[in-house]
Design a protein around this ligand. Structure first.
Ligand code: UGA
Length: 435
């Protein structure tokens, strides 16, 4: 199959590279020339484990190319995926679809022969209808079918998520389009096909419903964690106790500083707005958004309380800045609000992140960036783990203690078992575990 991927951001790049690795011929298009030049030179615009090797391998094999030239790539394609950004629109929280619609117009003018146009970006219900309308208006003779194929991959595990998905949702009732999509995803079907064919609007809603449900699940366990602290229970054991019931499931029950990233905050907000527009409000998700928003600053108050209530002039060593490990993505990272609130209270921040420091530097004022956890902990009155990078799981506590003003660890990801570091003379505060 000849595939064009428009937008070489997270979803577009990973999907394009993986399709090429399946053996398809893939052209990744982006209007940002510097990004395309970098990719052609083998430099990745994002940090994702395993991505650079896969790009190099498939580019070498001639199956994967990068260009800014949309029209000539689209002319030869069997399927054109739209994977451009859909950020929250400033002011009203709706998804900003201007890039999706601009790409649709360009595709309409360039396509030749039967072409499946596929929205892979996360787009609100009804966007496929609008894409189709734009294409028909721009080029009434275009032979296209518009399908929705939302992506469920996670940053940091993107390649394995793409290649071993729980399901692939394809929203179109057009038989020719279904056949093209079957062919594209055929390499995934070993014994059982993961393909779910639906109507287009249903596919669009599945994506939002999935992200909103996961965000709600995290928010639920976070509120249970708060209650655990009050009643003297342990949230990890509660999560295990409820999660082993298959109807609930054990994943996404890790209490922490609140969800962040480029997807959950934006998608929950967009679903709330869509539901309100249709006069069918989803109050559970409205509440999820509100609870998660206040949680980040509440985590700063938790750190301040652990430090005795007054952090003026005291140093806090922050370990982990990105919204989760194995990414350099700082979008909506809880660390941003937590650090701002600690600074408002007069704390001095020394921070360390294994990969995200470069991005974080542009977003954080008055923060000293360290080269490792020990340098960050120098003269600190507390360490706060905000992101659970693997390299924080076996810290040398003797060494930390020798450089710190006070040996206190606030573990907002519960990566250390309760009681484990007491023997090093450290005070320890986790989340949802009565101390
Ligand atoms: C999320 C979804 O998991 C993907 O399925 C989806 O494709 C993607 O959004 C998207 O829409 O593009 P991602 O944002 O990469 O993926 O990251 P997650 O691993 O889902 O984590 C999101 C946030 O939730 C992080 O801040 C993480 O720390 C937090 N989280 C996750 C918890 O606090 N507790 C958990 O148990 C799980």
């Amino acid at each position: 199959m000849r595939i064009v991927m428009i937008g070489s951001g997270y979803v577009g790049l990973v999907s394009g590279v993986c399709f090429a690795d399946f053996g398809h011929s893939v052209v990744c298009v982006d209007s940002d020339r510097s990004k395309i030049d970098a990719l052609n030179a083998g430099r990745m615009p994002i940090y994702e484990p395993g991505l650079d090797d896969l790009v190099t391998k498939n580019a070498k094999a001639g199956r994967l190319t990068f260009t800014t030239d949309l029209p000539s790539s689209v002319a030869d394609a069997d399927a054109v995926f739209i994977a451009v950004g859909t950020p929250s629109r400033r002011g009203d929280g709706h998804a900003d679809l201007s890039h999706v619609f601009a790409a649709s117009r360009e595709i309409a003018l360039a396509c030749k022969g039967f072409t499946v146009v596929v929205t892979k970006s996360t787009v609100p219900v009804g966007t496929g209808d609008e894409v189709e309308r734009i294409i028909r208006e721009a080029n009434p003779s275009a032979d296209v079918a518009v399908a929705s194929n939302p992506e469920f991959l996670r940053e940091g595990a993107a390649i394995s998520d793409f290649k071993r998905p729980d399901r692939v949702v394809i929203g179109t009732i057009d038989e020719r389009a279904r056949n093209v999509m079957r062919e594209i995803y055929r390499p995934l079907s070993l014994n059982v096909s993961p393909l779910h064919f639906t109507e287009r609007r249903t596919a669009e809603l599945i994506k939002y419903a999935a992200n909103a449900f996961l965000a709600m699940k995290i928010t639920f366990i976070n509120e249970i964690a708060d209650l655990c602290e009050k009643v003297g229970a342990n949230v990890q054991e509660v999560a295990r106790g409820i999660g082993s019931d298959n109807r609930i499931g054990s994943k996404f029950l890790h209490a922490g500083p609140g969800y962040g990233g480029s997807c959950f905050p934006k998608d929950t907000l967009a679903l709330v707005k869509t539901a309100q527009d249709y006069d069918s409000p989803i109050r559970l998700i409205e509440t999820t958004v509100a609870v998660n928003d206040v949680r980040k600053r509440a985590m700063a108050r938790k750190i301040i309380a652990a430090m005795g209530g007054d952090v003026r002039g005291k140093t806090v060593a922050v370990l982990g800045l990105t919204f989760k490990p194995n990414t350099d993505d700082m979008r909506e990272a809880p660390s941003l609000s937590i650090i701002a609130a600690l600074q408002d209270a007069g704390a001095i921040i020394r921070a360390y992140d294994p990969v995200g420091a470069e991005h974080a530097k542009g977003l954080l004022d008055q923060v000293t960036f360290a080269e490792d956890p020990y340098e960050a902990a120098n003269e600190a009155s507390a360490i706060a783990i905000i992101t659970e990078w693997d390299e924080f799981r076996a810290l040398d506590f003797q060494r930390l203690k020798s450089v710190m003003a006070e040996p206190l660890l606030i573990d907002l990801r519960n990566i250390y078992p309760q009681g484990e570091i007491d023997r090093h003379g450290f005070a320890y505060v986790g989340v949802g575990r009565a101390t």
